[in-house]
Design a binder for this molecule. Structure first.
Ligand code: GDP
Ligand code: MG
Length: 594
């Protein structure tokens, strides 16, 4: 155990975590160079394209240092707020962390939130200034930020470049020198923390764990304490580039377990594995992750409902945080109400349905979950406008609030505060990290973040501001249901739950946006927004006067073909509601109101 080092890398998105991880694997010859694929740890196609690590993984390296062999377990952590619970569990599985800061950017919101998690777990922090090869790197300035943040010595900071391969050996040596060996008693009752799981269509669910106490042997009967389920440890082993099975693994080790589990839902990140005989206690910090954002997902073709169900079931096998149940919409027919960890998670699910299962789907207006208290003193959880009780049954409504932490250059503070106030935010704190970098803390309704907040924040700060948030509870708010009607017919999938103060403005802008987005048809389309019986806004889509192709007659044939193709593509994601055709963009128009 004395030569084991368990560590993770914490970094803001794009600061170079994956690239640096690749260099560590290369340097320790964990992968031969010819096997080296760019960004090896991000093994889902989608992840690679988006350049973010969605699921955490672990990999073991062997490293010779001062005449001894070390086993280094790198536990990769996801870098996006939607997956912060997974980050917290990966961090809990380690004794140390590389804190990577892009030396051309400086400290960002997720650098800090993840750092706090690491410090809270007593991890040894090794600060690394990355990308020092960049001509506009500011190592001095960013060094000062890091020193101020964690109170280290200037000499503790390693200068590195994942891209140019600078500082790699120094980082590996620091891991051996500075990160403590795991503690733990191999004779004690078994306690192994589950920090991730991965679905493999041949082998079922692979569970990744870190043993804190005790020893696990192949074939033993184990129990997952929080889910209460028992299994047999069919296979255990360590995670190299490929899995290497082992007969026995003791305290301090990181590895995988295969035990015939078929559904990801049975495996909860943060759960504790113990023995059925002589069980240990649950490791602290377990939480059942709850979805934060809800939306309907519907097939474009109503006949594809069963197929979509099949795809959702398969997707859920390897995404335990995705929840769904059947839902019917008057406008869209049969579909599913889904819960997601956040907006990115929602986009990923939609994209995977399309790519991996070849489904074309319509996603409806996302919503948070409101607590609606009725006049009969009941509390109803409402995560879709259609679930909202009639106004005269409602006593009051509570909505989820978050603490949002925004880090930005000081020149953007004014616009950021204006934006957050506009989103019903309350400024709680303002701290200068350095003369040029400010940390702002707001309390805000989660519902406001769900819509276009993040994009707006990026725009007004020219990409410099970063955001992190956590749920802090529910607060009473004056929310109303805003309905949308097309030619007098309510389209439930376009309704939204909004704050009363904003309802008029919202209704007006939504109608305007829909007027832009709805294709003109042979008849006029009236678009109306209403609260209860009261119409608050109206727009009209004029009827088509001529065939669209008319303007091409006699014109360029290739232009005409292009137009036809464009129409065909557009068709793919249209839904016929009553006599009106509605494109997918219209269902998400509320996200783009400005
Ligand atoms: P991650 O999101 O933290 O995993 O970051 P990536 O490793 O995916 O890197 C983000 C971007 O920065 C990519 O375009 C990399 O090529 C680039 N990058 C990573 N490390 C370095 C470095 O040391 N120097 C330079 N110049 N670019 C780097
Ligand atoms: Mg990455």
């Amino acid at each position: 155990m004395k030569n084991i080092r368990n560590f993770c890398i914490i970094a803001h998105i794009d600061h170079g975590k994956s690239t640096l991880a690749d260099r560590l694997l290369e340097f320790t010859r964990t992968v031969a160079e010819r096997e080296m694929q760019h960004q090896l740890l991000d093994n889902m196609d989608l992840e690679r394209e988006r350049g973010i690590t969605i699921k955490s993984h672990a990999i073991q390296m062997n490293y010779f240092y001062k005449g001894e062999e070390y086993v280094l377990n790198l536990i990769d952590t996801p870098g996006h707020v939607d997956f912060s619970y997974e980050v917290s569990r990966s961090i809990a599985a380690c004794e140390g962390a590389l804190l990577i800061v892009d030396s051309s950017q400086g400290i960002e919101a997720q650098t800090i939130s993840n750092l706090y998690l690491a410090i809270g777990n007593d991890l040894e922090i090794i600060p690394v200034l990355n990308k020092i090869d960049l001509p506009h790197a500011m190592p001095e300035e960013v060094s000062d930020q890091v020193i101020e943040l964690i109170g280290c010595d200037k000499d503790d900071i390693i200068h590195a470049s994942g891209k140019a391969g600078i500082g790699i050996e120094e980082i590996l040596n620091a891991i051996c020198d500075r990160i403590p060996a795991p503690k733990g008693d191999p004779e004690a009752p078994l306690q192994a923390l589950i920090f991730d799981s991965v679905f493999n269509s041949y082998r079922g669910i692979e569970v990744y764990f870190r043993i804190f106490n005790g020893t696990l042997k192949k074939g033993e009967k184990v129990k997952f304490i929080n889910s209460g389920k028992t299994y047999e440890a069919d296979e255990i082993g360590v995670l190299k580039l490929n899995q290497e099975s082992r007969p026995v693994m003791g305290a301090g080790n990181v590895g995988y377990l295969i035990s015939g589990i078929k559904n990801a839902k049975e495996v909860k990140v943060g759960d504790t594995i113990t023995h059925v005989e002589r069980p240990g206690e649950s490791i602290q910090g377990f939480e059942d992750v709850k979805p934060m954002v809800f939306a309907g997902i519907y097939p474009v073709e109503t006949t594809e409902y069963e197929e979509l169900r099949g795809a959702m079931e398969k997707l859920q096998l390897n995404d335990a945080s995705l929840v769904w149940e059947p839902e019917t919409s008057a406008a869209l027919g049969f579909g599913f109400r889904c819960g997601f960890l956040g907006m990115l998670h929602m986009e990923i699910v939609q994209e995977r349905l399309e790519r991996e299962f070849d489904m074309t789907v319509i996603t409806t207006v996302p919503s948070v979950q409101f607590h609606v208290f009725t006049t009969k003193n009941q509390m109803i959880k409402v995560s879709a406008p259609s679930e909202m009780p009639e106004p005269n049954y409602i006593d009051h409504i509570e909505e989820p609030f978050i603490k949002a932490q925004i880090i930005s250059k000081s020149e953007f503070v004014g616009p950021i505060i204006t934006l957050c106030m506009d989103k019903r935010g309350i400024l709680k704190n303002q701290t200068y990290l350095t003369s040029d970098r400010v940390e702002l803390t707001f309390e805000m309704p989660l519902a406001e973040i769900v819509f276009d907040f993040f994009d707006k924040l990026k725009t007004i700060s020219r990409g410099y501001a970063s955001l992190d948030y956590e749920l802090i509870g529910f607060r009473q708010s004056n929310m109303v249901k805003l309905d949308v009607m097309l030619n007098g017919e309510a389209v439930d999938a376009l309704s939204a739950i909004v704050h009363r103060d904003k309802a008029y403005d919202w209704g007006k802008r939504l109608c305007e946006k829909l007027r832009e987005l709805l294709p003109r048809q042979m008849f006029e389309i009236a678009i109306q927004a209403a609260i209860g019986q009261k119409i608050i806004a109206r727009e009209t889509v004029k009827a088509l006067r001529k065939n669209v192709l008319a303007k091409c007659y006699g014109g360029d044939i290739s232009r005409k073909r292009k137009l036809l193709e464009k129409q065909k593509k557009g068709k793919k994601r249209m839904r016929q509601v009553g006599n009106v055709e509605i494109p997918q963009e219209a269902f998400l128009a509320v996200l783009k109101l400005d």
